[in-house]
Write a protein that binds this ligand. Structure first.
Ligand code: SF4
Ligand code: SF4
Length: 187
C-alpha cells in the first residue's frame, strides 16, 4: 500500500520547481517576519507558518490568511539566510488551498482567484468587470460606486471592453489549461 505523505512533504513536493532550499533548513531566525511589510495583516508570521508546516499542523495552515495576505514583494526571499523561497511557498499554499477547497471563509483572495480562473476558462482572457464583482462589495457601497464610476469612464474612453473578449480556438486552450490546473470542471 502506498505510504501517505506527511503534510510537510506534500508542501515540499509543491516546491519541487522552486529554486530555494528545503523548508527543513529553516532555522526560525525570524528575518522573514521582520522584513515582511504585511505581517500586521497575517494571522501567523511567515516564520511561524513555516514552523507549523514542518510540525505537520495541516488544518491550522490551511485555515491561515497568511499566504492570502502575501504581497509577493520577495523581500523575505532576498534576506533569508538559508535561501528558502518563501514567496513561492506562499503561492504553493494558495494553490493547495484552492485545489482542496480548504480556506478560511470571508477571504477575498480565494474568491478572486477562482473567479479569475473561471473567466480565463470561459473566454481565454481576463475581464475586469467580472473580476471586480468578486471583491468590490466587501469594501462597502461608497467604494463600489466610486469604482463603477471609474469603470464607466474607462469604457466610454474605450480603455475597458463592454463585452468580455474571447480568444480564437478556445477549446484547444481549455484542453491545455485542464492539463495544468486541476479545475477541469470550471464553467
Ligand atoms: S528568514 Fe529563512 S531561516 Fe529565517 S525564519 Fe524565515 S524562512 Fe526560516
Ligand atoms: S513575499 Fe510575501 S511573505 Fe515575503 S516579505 Fe513579501 S509579502 Fe511578506
Amino acid at each position: 500500500m502506498a505510504e501517505r505523505l506527511s503534510f510537510s512533504d506534500e508542501v515540499s513536493n509543491l516546491l519541487y520547481a522552486a529554486h530555494g532550499n528545503p523548508l527543513t533548513t529553516c532555522i526560525q531566525c525570524g528575518t522573514c517576519s521582520g522584513t515582511c511589510p504585511v505581517v500586521p495583516y497575517m494571522d501567523h508570521t511567515p516564520r511561524r507558518l513555516i514552523g507549523m508546516i514542518t510540525a505537520g499542523l495541516k488544518e491550522e495552515v490551511m485555515a491561515s490568511n497568511t499566504y492570502w495576505s502575501c504581497a509577493s514583494c520577495y523581500h523575505c526571499n532576498v534576506r533569508c539566510p538559508q535561501g528558502i523561497d518563501i514567496a513561492e511557498l506562499m503561492y504553493a499554499l494558495k494553490r493547495l488551498s484552492i485545489w482542496r477547497a480548504q480556506h478560511k471563509e470571508g477571504l477575498i483572495g480565494p474568491v478572486f482567484s477562482e473567479t479569475f480562473v473561471k473567466t480565463i476558462f470561459k473566454s481565454g482572457r481576463s475581464y475586469e468587470p467580472v473580476l471586480a464583482t468578486s471583491y468590490l462589495f466587501t469594501f462597502g457601497v461608497q467604494e463600489f460606486l466610486q469604482e463603477a464610476q471609474t469603470a464607466t469612464s474607462l469604457m466610454l474612453k474605450g480603455r475597458l471592453p463592454v463585452l468580455p473578449p474571447r480568444i480564437k480556438r478556445l477549446d484547444n486552450f481549455g484542453r491545455m489549461l485542464r492539463r495544468i490546473i486541476p479545475m477541469g470542471d470550471a464553467k
